[in-house]
Design a protein around this ligand. Structure first.
Ligand code: AMP
Length: 365
């Protein structure tokens, strides 16, 4: 660690002034809040006029498949990225004709398809649950029989927060799965009797430098993340280290620039990769208070070609998502250590409207 007293404040002028972000949800909002102290403004494209990021940056209201809106968005940007992994690859490709978009359209397209993610993990020697692909009713039946019950059928594309999934208790339920998923191309995965779930967030810069954050233990309910804890309780050091190496390998393989999150299951003392998100991730929100440099700041640094910041933890962090629950802020803040992040969204059942992080055992004074 360099001596802070020897820090040279004469930083060069940052040539990046305006970063475009496809998607204007809470992730975009937190990216803009992290960019601001660096002298970087964010512009968003989102179909919703009340998108949460609109409070903290210029919001262009438009569809992701509207070429005119995409051109207005891209005009005059110094760099671009996305905060929503279901943004069409074609939108990224169009913007990339005007300004560099990081991560690349390739990384986005892999992250949008559970089958390509799994193939990439396997290519890199990363364990995955047993799985089969299926696109017709007959293939659904065959995939269920080959994977065995219980198993989970997931749409290959456009799934998030447990949506587009159906658990099969017996292989005879393949036709239920077919109806539940609307006959979409699917992946059937063995149901993993995991001890717990964890994730690793990494960041790669334009020159190929890589940093990873401490592994995070995650608890989901109904497919939605509820809490994230760091250091991950019960995660053996060797397993966490292996996961960090895997995340670095994925980023190398994709020539990735920006923040990448990979979710894992810990089962029987080994790890299995579940999925990756080519963007900042809910399980990394603790880094705002709990790490020297947040995932949001590091993503902005990476897409702007700036040096990456230190990813070390400051102590023990616990992040609680506030899901669909209009409990007032005063209650959330009753614990003086609580740091509240309210996204400015209308509370609805199952909707993430904010989060609270508590960091302990950090430096005192
Ligand atoms: P996903 O959208 O793939 O992240 O799935 C959402 C949640 O469903 C995960 O965080 C797990 O809690 C659960 N889940 C997904 N896949 C499996 C699996 N193969 N076995 C057991 N639980 C799973």
């Amino acid at each position: 660690m360099s001596d802070p007293l020897r820090f040279n404040p004469r930083v060069a002028t940052i040539p990046f002034k305006r970063v475009g972000i496809l998607g204007g949800g809470q992730l975009g909002r937190m990216l803009a809040l992290a960019a601001h102290p660096l002298g970087i403004q964010c512009r968003f494209l989102d179909p919703a006029p009340d998108a949460p990021a609109g409070d903290v940056g210029e919001l262009i209201v438009g569809e992701f498949d509207d070429p005119t809106a995409l051109d207005r968005f891209a005009h005059g940007l110094d760099a671009a990225t996305f905060e929503f992994e279901n943004v069409p690859v074609a939108a990224v490709e169009q913007v990339a004709r005007t300004v560099t978009v990081s991560p690349s359209a390739l990384a986005l397209s892999v992250g949008q398809d559970r089958a390509r993610e799994k193939a990439l993990f396997q290519e890199l020697g990363i364990g995955v649950p047993r799985y089969r692909l299926a696109a017709t009713l007959e293939e659904y039946g065959r995939a269920a029989a080959e994977v065995g019950a219980p198993c989970v059928a997931k749409t290959r594309r456009m799934g998030y927060d447990g949506k587009g999934q159906h658990v099969l208790r017996s292989i005879a339920e393949a036709d239920h799965a077919w109806r539940a998923l609307g006959g979409a191309p699917a992946i059937f995965e063995a149901f993993v009797d995991f001890s717990f779930e964890f994730s690793v967030i990494g960041v790669r810069g334009v020159k190929g430098e890589i940093r990873t954050y401490a592994p995070i233990r995650n608890v989901h309910q109904g497919g939605i993340l509820r809490t994230s804890t760091v250091p991950a309780p019960g995660l053996p050091q060797a397993l966490g280290d292996a996961a960090r190496v895997h995340v670095a390998a994925i980023m190398e393989r994709l020539n990735y620039v920006g923040v990448l999150a990979v979710e894992f299951f810990a089962a029987d003392g080994t790890l299995l990769a579940n999925e990756m998100a080519p963007r900042v991730h809910n399980s990394g929100h603790w880094t705002i208070e709990g790490a020297v440099t947040s995932q949001f700041e590091n993503h902005i640094r990476a897409v702007c070609g700036l040096p990456l910041g230190d990813t070390s933890s400051r102590g023990t962090s616990v992040m609680h998502n506030i899901v669909g629950d209009p409990l007032n802020a005063a209650v959330r803040l009753a614990d003086p250590r609580a740091k509240l992040h309210w996204y400015g969204k209308e509370p609805r059942p199952g909707r993430k409207v904010g989060h609270v992080t508590i960091v302990t055992e950090g430096p005192t004074g």
